[in-house]
Design a protein around this ligand. Structure first.
Ligand code: SF4
Length: 343
C-alpha cells in the first residue's frame, strides 16, 4: 500500500466516525502478512496523523509476529507507546511457537512488548500439533507474567478425538484458574455466553461473530478497496468477486445461517468465522462442521467453570452486575448443554 492511500483511508474513516459513549475511539490496525515489513509506511503515516489536530479519539495498533522488531523499531515504538501498541502473535514461549510458526520469538522481543504495554496481550492460536499441550502452554505463559488471548485455529479439520483432547485441556486449565483465581484468564473463559442465551428463537437469530465484522470493522487492501475483513481480501482467498462480497448482508439471519444449523441447539453459542466459511465452503452461511464437537467441549467446560468460579467468589465478596449476568447465562448454558451430545 502506498503512503498516500493509507493517509486517504485514515482521513476518510476519521471523518465518517461518529463517537458514542460506548465506542468513543477509532482504532487503526496495521495488519499483514507481516506489517513490520512496511515499517517505513507505519512510521510516516502514524507520525503524519500525530502531528495533525484531530477532535476525535483515535489510536494505532500493529499485529506482528515480532521477528522484525529490532532495536531501532523498538526505540520508535517505545517513544510513541501512548499512541500505538503492538499485539504479538505468539503460540507459545518456544516449542509451540516453533511447531506452529517455524521460529521462536526472542526473549528480548517478549520482554519489550510486555514491559512497554503492561496491559497488552499475546495472541495465541492452537493447532492440532499444539492442542495436546494447550493447558500447559497457557499456564507456562501465565506464570511468566504474560497475558494471553488463546483460541483454537479456524479452518483446521478437527476430529472427535481432538474434541476429547480439547475438553481434557480445558478442564485442566479450568482447575488451574480455580486454584489461582487472581491470575489473568484467557478471554475464552471470561465472557463467551454473556447475553446470548436470552434469544429463544433460533431461526431468526444471527449468532454473534468472532470479531467486529457485522458491527464496526472494515479492512482495506493495498489498492484501497474495502472488504468486510482480511479473510475476504483477494490475496487471502484467491477470488476477485468484490461485487459479490459487497452484496452480502451481514445483518440477515437467513443469509448467515444454513437451514441445518437453524435446527441445531448449539446455534445460540456457535461462534463462526464468516470469512473462512466463504473461502473454504463458498458461502458465509456454511459453517465448519468439524468444529461442532470442539464447540460443545468448550461450552460444557467453560459454563461449569464460570458457575464454580463465580459461586466461590460470591462467598467472599459481592458480585458485580456483569458477573451476576455471566453467572445467569452460564447456568442456563450448563442446564442446556451439559448432557447434550451430537450422537
Ligand atoms: S454447532 Fe455445528 S451444527 Fe450447530 S450451529 Fe454450529 S456449525 Fe451448525
Amino acid at each position: 500500500m502506498s503512503v498516500s492511500i493509507a493517509k486517504e483511508i485514515i482521513e476518510r474513516e476519521l471523518a465518517q466516525f461518529h463517537p458514542t459513549k460506548e465506542d468513543d475511539t477509532i482504532v487503526f490496525e496495521y495488519f499483514g502478512g507481516e506489517p513490520l515489513m512496511r515499517f517505513d509506511l507505519i512510521e510516516e503515516v502514524s507520525e503524519f496523523f500525530w502531528k495533525t489536530k484531530q477532535n476525535k479519539k483515535y489510536r494505532f495498533k500493529v499485529t506482528t509476529n515480532g521477528t522484525l522488531l529490532d532495536e531501532r523499531k523498538q526505540a520508535w515504538f517505545a517513544l510513541h507507546k501512548d499512541k500505538i501498541s503492538i499485539t504479538l502473535s505468539i503460540d507459545g514461549i518456544e516449542d509451540e511457537q516453533i511447531r506452529n510458526r517455524g521460529r521462536a520469538v526472542s526473549q528480548d522481543v517478549l520482554d519489550f512488548v510486555q514491559n512497554t504495554w503492561s496491559d497488552s496481550h499475546f495472541k495465541s492460536t492452537m493447532s492440532r500439533e499444539t492442542l495436546p499441550n494447550f493447558a500447559d502452554n497457557i499456564i507456562r505463559m501465565t506464570e511468566c507474567g504474560y497475558r494471553v488471548a488463546a483460541t483454537i485455529g479456524v479452518g483446521i479439520p478437527w476430529s472427535d478425538n481432538d474434541a476429547l483432547i480439547y475438553k481434557r485441556e480445558l478442564t485442566k486449565l479450568a482447575e488451574y484458574y480455580l486454584q489461582h483465581p487472581d491470575c489473568y484468564m484467557i478471554p475464552l473463559f471470561r465472557s463467551i455466553y454473556a447475553g446470548i442465551l436470552s434469544v429463544e428463537d433460533n431461526a431468526s437469530m444471527v449468532p454473534p461473530p468472532n470479531c467486529g465484522i457485522m458491527r464496526n470493522m472494515v479492512t482495506y487492501d493495498v489498492d484501497g478497496e474495502a472488504y468486510p475483513c482480511h479473510m475476504f481480501l483477494p490475496f487471502v482467498n484467491g477470488k476477485t468477486d468484490y461485487k459479490k462480497i459487497a452484496e452480502i448482508d451481514f445483518s440477515d439471519a437467513d443469509r448467515l445461517v444454513s437451514d441445518d444449523c437453524k435446527q441445531c441447539n448449539l446455534l445460540p453459542v456457535c461462534r463462526t468465522c464468516y470469512g473462512f466459511n466463504y473461502n473454504h465452503r463458498g458461502d458465509v452461511s456454511l459453517r465448519d462442521k468439524s468444529f461442532c464437537a470442539m464447540l460443545l467441549a468448550e461450552v460444557q467446560v467453560i459454563s461449569a467453570f464460570q458457575i464454580n468460579y463465580l459461586v466461590r467468589k460470591s462467598e467472599n465478596q459481592c458480585l458485580t452486575d456483569e458477573e451476576l449476568l455471566t453467572l445467569k447465562d452460564a447456568t442456563l448454558c450448563y442446564q442446556r448443554y451439559s448432557d447434550f451430545s451430537f450422537k
